[in-house]
Design a protein around this ligand. Structure first.
Ligand SMILES: [Zn+2]
Length: 82
C-alpha cells in the first residue's frame, strides 16, 4: 500500500543550527523525531508540528497528488453503495 505519507518529504528546522532537514512524512509520523544532517542534533517534533504534518498530508491526499488511486478506490466502493 503506497500512501502520500511515504512520498512526501517534510522539512524540519534544527533547534541548534537552524538548517532544515527533510524526512519522509511517514517516518516523522512514526518516530516523531529526525536527525539534523548538518550538525547531527536530534530534532523532536512538537505536537504542533505533528498536527501540521497530518494536516498537510490529508490536504495533499484530498487534492489530487494520488488522484488515480483515489478514483480507483472510489470505483470499487460504488458497487457496495448501491
Ligand atoms: Zn543542526
Amino acid at each position: 500500500m503506497s500512501s502520500v505519507a511515504s512520498v512526501v518529504q517534510y522539512p524540519l528546522p534544527c533547534p541548534e543550527c537552524k538548517n532544515y532537514t527533510s524526512q519522509p512524512a511517514e517516518t516523522l509520523r512514526k518516530d516523531r523525531k529526525s536527525t539534523c544532517r548538518v550538525c547531527g542534533s536530534t530534532i523532536r517534533l512538537t505536537d504542533q508540528q505533528l498536527e501540521s504534518l497530518e494536516r498537510t498530508l490529508s490536504h495533499m491526499s484530498g487534492c489530487g497528488l494520488r488522484k488515480d488511486e483515489i478514483e480507483l478506490a472510489t470505483e470499487e466502493n460504488e458497487e457496495e453503495a448501491v
